[in-house]
Ligand binder design. Sequence first.
Ligand SMILES: N[C@@H](CCC(=O)N[C@@H](CS)C(=O)NCC(=O)O)C(=O)O
Length: 201
Amino acid sequence: MILHYAQNSRAVRVAWLLEELGLQYKIKKYSLGDPDMRSPDYLKINPLGRVPVLEVGDAILFESGAIIQYLLHKYPEHHLIPDTKTKNFSSYLQWFHFAEGMIMPQMNIIVVETILLAPERRNEINVKRATKLLSKMLESVENHMSGKEYLAGQFTAADMMTGHAVIMSEKLGIDFTEKPNLREYTKRLNKRPALQKAWNL
Ligand SMILES: N[C@@H](CCC(=O)N[C@@H](CS)C(=O)NCC(=O)O)C(=O)O
């Protein structure tokens, strides 16, 4: 199994899961913006030239949530999905998908407009709008996390998706002053040895 990975990217989610499950894997490292991710060989495994990519035998996946679901089904010895008969299962699905559905689109705009684009092409209005929306998305996680340790009862793969997106927002400098539940939540997640390893491969 080969994980194509870059630090501070969504590939950390996959590395985190692989570490939590104690699975053996090989890693190919890139930095974001690396020309290797635009090479013809790389575009064969991910036509978008992005990370993560996971190669397992003849299966190639290049969407972080799909990779996580794939691994959870392929290696089912874990407690990372709540029992489908419990209320936690609906929370699990809600927060598993909230990361890519609602949080990351705003974060993408902020990263493009403040880091990737040349200064003369940046648009402050886009940044303001995305920052406001991102804060709103995070507020719903903040409210949900009141009195909770994790998003769906016990620690689950939803924490690897939305938890990771929350940590990335904090790293990006989004104001967490009024988000005490999220401040505690990110500290709690960052204490996990598997995540510490995944950030620093
Ligand atoms: N929805 C995809 C997004 C993948 C994505 O945009 N990855 C970013 C890093 S977090 C990337 O590789 N960016 C490099 C680039 O766009 O050149 C996923 O969750 O896997």
